[in-house]
Design a protein around this ligand. Structure first.
Ligand SMILES: Cc1ncc(COP(=O)(O)O)c(C=O)c1O
Length: 408
């Protein structure tokens, strides 16, 4: 066979990258559905309702006006101003529009932040379980993710940051710590005290906090402390947020990165070489989203609160499940280890079993992204209450059957 530099030249690290499980399970679910099974999916993390009407109208208007060309790389001035106003109204952050860079989804903001700050060999501390993009991108860049397990407080209690373990994991090579709050995949809302302590750690050890607050509107109770509430955020924080979840705009690909102005200006040079600008139509729609009305968002979040209550209630009836009341995002990550022990299954086998035997999609905790999620499974409850009740009832029947069989 002739040598192929395309085949042979791929960097091994790229070959070793993990895909995102939500997307992998979409394909598995499709295969099960093709056999005529009515699949219920708690897999992928996106609101089940379409983008709100007034946002779609503005997108159409942008098209009608042929607003279809490139824009400024950092985003149209109206969008950067609307983002700054949003953050300042909510968090008193004093963000200037020149400190905002619009991106093609929050993921590109994460990529920009990591690519601009991590040299090969640099370490980034990632509380685990974690949304996989941060460690995977870090690895692709030649940097080293160091996982620090979140503290599992037990059934009924959920998760919190382990600040002592984070501090103990800091080495001379550590450059950055990830804070996803509210948290994917656990639905945890880290307390203001923990967020303050993390910022304090960053100050003492001279580290960057990569703060991803994309779920900041999905807060059901308890105080939410944005990192931007810290008056000195400019010295320590790279801030990620976006429109995907709050306005149900996942397909519009609009997110943003906030960094102090001197840095934002330089990051824009990296951005222009990667994606030129966020989609022009989405940017116009994104202004309308932030300017409101906000009632549709509030209604959606209230509905999600009811769904959360329903899924907690239903999961509490399943033997061997250890749920808790997640305070944010739209995920719950119950422990199921005792079922696995009794049924002699791995986390992945259990998740596959629920899909193939009962047509219910969940995600194994082990895809977030390594070991800390062993014995846990993730539900995205961004589906109707009827589906929640039916999906969990199917799981309950199957678990009862498995446990009964294990006794024999
Ligand atoms: C914590 C977190 N950050 C970022 C993203 C990606 O958002 P986007 O679709 O805007 O790229 C997600 C999506 O699931 C997420 O859960």
């Amino acid at each position: 066979m002739p040598a192929s530099p395309v085949l042979d030249g791929l960097r091994p690290v790229v070959e070793s990258l993990r895909g995102e499980a939500g997307f992998i399970y979409i394909a598995k679910a499709r295969e099960v559905a093709s056999r005529g099974v009515k699949v219920i999916s708690f897999g992928v993390g996106q609101p089940d309702i379409p983008t709100f009407d007034h946002i779609i109208e503005e997108g159409k208007r942008a098209l009608d006006e042929r607003f279809t060309g490139y824009t400024e790389t950092a985003g149209i001035p109206e969008l950067r101003q609307a983002i700054a106003d949003y953050l300042n109204d909510r968090y008193g952050a004093g963000v200037g529009p020149d400190e905002v860079i619009a991106t093609t989804g929050a993921k590109t903001a994460i990529y920009l932040a990591l690519a601009a700050f991590l040299d090969p060999g640099d370490e980034i501390l990632v509380p685990e379980p974690s949304y996989p993009a941060y460690p995977e991108v870090a690895r692709a860049l030649g940097a080293v993710p160091r996982f620090v397990t979140l503290r599992w407080l037990g059934s009924g209690k959920g998760f919190e940051l382990d600040l002592e373990a984070l501090e103990a994991a800091v080495t001379p090579k550590t450059k950055m710590i990830v804070l996803t709050n509210p948290h994917n995949p656990t639905g945890a809302l880290f307390s203001p005290r923990q967020v303050d302590e993390l910022l304090d750690l960053a100050r003492r050890r001279n580290l960057i906090i990569l703060a991803d607050e994309i779920y900041d509107n999905f807060v059901y109770e308890g105080g939410f402390r944005s990192v931007l509430e810290h008056g000195d955020w400019r010295d320590y924080v790279l801030y990620v947020n976006g429109h995907s979840k709050t306005f149900s705009m996942t397909g519009w690909r609009l997110g943003y990165l906030v960094a102090r102005r001197e840095v934002a200006r330089k990051l824009t040079r990296l951005a222009v070489n990667i994606y030129s600008c966020a989609p022009s139509i989405s940017q116009r729609a994104g202004v309308a989203a932030l300017r409101g009305p906000w009632e549709p968002v509030k209604r959606m979040v209230e509905e999600f609160r009811r769904r959360r209550d329903a899924i907690v209630e239903e999961l509490s009836k399943v033997p061997g499940f250890e749920p808790y009341t997640p305070k944010g995002a739209f995920y719950i990550f119950p422990r199921v280890q005792s079922i696995l022990d009794q049924a002699g299954m791995s986390t992945e086998e259990f998740v596959d079993h629920l899909l193939y035997s009962r047509g219910v999609v969940t995600l194994p905790g082990t895809v977030f992204p390594e070991k800390a999620g062993e014995g846990f499974i993730r539900f995205s409850y961004a589906v109707s209450i009827d589906k929640i009740r039916e999906g969990v009832a199917r799981i309950r029947e199957e678990v009862e059957r498995l446990l009964e069989r294990a006794k024999r």
